[in-house]
Design a protein around this ligand. Structure first.
Ligand SMILES: [Zn+2]
Length: 462
């Protein structure tokens, strides 16, 4: 077989790995690169393979850096099946429709800024392309082997990263020998309360693994909960506000769950929690449809409330008026809003209102890319620019990035160990260079041939 890395090679976005097994061509994920969507030179605008020649697409989970280019693939002529888990199918539909809407708005704003048009700009894709993708989705249960192409059997296993996330296993025969190819997708952390640990896979011949936090050790869950407890207690004492920038998919639901756990299991005095993101509300509705996806402990906790992720302390803001009202309400309260890196969306309005008061708090719960407002907050800048105005950053800033959905170095080492070793070929993707370099010797202990850190478009016969 041959594997070619079309994205997430020595970086964390744009996942797309093309497999050639006999005559079959299979694409694993089709994610967006982190780049301006209107940029005509963006890597999102071209494929280095012919989409019409691909026989099947297999999706690991519904984050945009894994599914965001599926509509481009369809726009370029792909009409085959797109395999995904059931929850991933539901989430993909919502995420891609939202992405098409944002592009339409971005385009309109760009044209308003340049009424005479500098040069014609095309959106990456439109709603019609998204509807094609939705038509092609083939929802597949976990742990049920399915022959997707002649002699190639797909099995999905829970990756514990976000709802619906999966490790992809492909079994096939090549030159008379049985072979097992495994792609981790994004692996979750162990013992994180809400979602189960990533499933262990054994008997792997070829492994492609993520490496996001290959060089980091993140705080364990009980320490994170204690820190969150202290932050909530401070807000109660000072009658102040806590603002949490969070991605609408995954992190928002995790933070709702953690606060629910604090208020019930840990008997912390409850304060109101406002979730200000219409997209998060739609995604949370999908999370309510899959109670079996959560750990037994999480289900016991959430069974006490009339609906999952909807305790009596949580309120979702749907309109702009709901959102604006929060500026005039007194603390204590928690406001969870997107975007996760503070680059767009309603979070910036809330930050504008809270950052100058030292009694307020901003809690960073995810990775913040360089150059983003979230990164400036996390690094404790003295002043920050929000919506074209400068503000003194006096609010307390807490960085609790252990709430991340990604396995850290210890979790990855544990998962590699559990495979039982004897892996013939190992590849590391989805990481910055320092994470990849740090993780390589950890994986090497279980791999017979030298572990590879492929460049973009590198192709390997294995
Ligand atoms: Zn992910």
């Amino acid at each position: 077989m041959r594997v070619t890395f079309h994205g997430a090679a020595r970086q964390v976005t744009g996942t797309a790995h093309l497999l050639e097994i006999g005559r079959s061509r299979i694409l694993l994920d089709c994610g967006l690169f982190d780049s301006n969507r209107l940029d005509p030179e963006s890597p999102n605008r071209q494929f280095a393979f012919e989409p019409r020649d691909v026989d099947a697409v297999i999706v690991s989970h519904a984050h945009n850096d894994h599914i965001g280019r599926l509509p481009c693939l369809v726009r370029a002529g792909y009409r085959g099946p797109i395999y995904c888990t059931r929850a991933t199918g539901d989430i993909t539909s919502v995420m891609l429709r939202d992405s098409a809407r944002i592009q339409r708005e971005d385009l309109r704003n760009a044209l308003l800024r340049h009424p005479h048009g500098v040069e014609p700009i095309e959106p990456l894709f439109e709603l019609a392309d998204v509807e094609w993708v939705v038509e092609l989705l083939r929802r597949t249960p976990y742990a049920e082997p399915q022959e997707i192409l002649p002699g190639i059997v797909l099995t999905y296993f829970d990756a514990g990263h976000i709802l619906g996330s999966a490790i992809i296993q492909l079994d096939f025969e090549e030159d008379g020998r049985r072979r097992r190819f495994v792609f981790t997708g994004d692996l979750g952390r162990r013992n994180m309360g809400l979602l189960p640990d990533p499933t262990i896979i054994k008997g792997i011949d070829i492994l492609v693994s993520e490496s996001t936090y290959g060089n980091r050790e993140l705080d364990p869950y009980d320490r994170l909960i204690k820190q969150l407890h202290a932050i909530v207690a401070r807000a109660t004492r000072l009658q102040s506000k806590i603002v949490i920038p969070a991605f609408s998919l995954g992190r928002t639901q995790r933070m709702i769950y953690c606060l629910q756990e604090l208020f019930t299991t840990h008997k912390v005095r409850p304060i109101p929690v406002y979730v200000d993101s219409p997209l998060a509300l739609r995604l949370t509705d999908i999370h309510r449809d899959y109670p079996q996806a959560y750990t037994p402990a999480a289900r016991r906790l959430m069974d006490r409330d009339p609906m999952y992720f909807g305790s009596k302390y949580v309120e979702f803001c749907t309109t702009w008026d709901d959102s604006r009202r929060l500026n005039y309400l007194p603390g204590p309260m928690v406001i969870i809003a997107s975007s996760g890196m503070c680059e767009a969306g309603r979070i910036r309005h809330h930050l504008k209102h809270v950052v100058e008061d030292p009694e307020n708090a901003v809690v960073i719960v995810s990775y913040q890319a360089e150059g983003t407002l979230g990164r400036q907050l996390a690094e404790g800048a003295e002043r920050v620019q929000i919506l074209d105005q400068w503000h003194d950053l006096n609010a307390a800033v807490y960085v609790l990035d252990g709430f991340s959905g990604h396995a850290d170095r210890n979790d990855l080492a544990w998962w590699f160990e559990q495979t039982g070793g004897g892996i013939a070929h190992g590849f590391l993707v989805h990481g910055e260079p320092e994470s990849l370099e740090a993780l390589s010797p950890v994986l090497q202990q279980h791999v017979l041939n030298p572990v590879q850190i492929p460049e973009r478009l590198a192709s390997h016969e294995v």
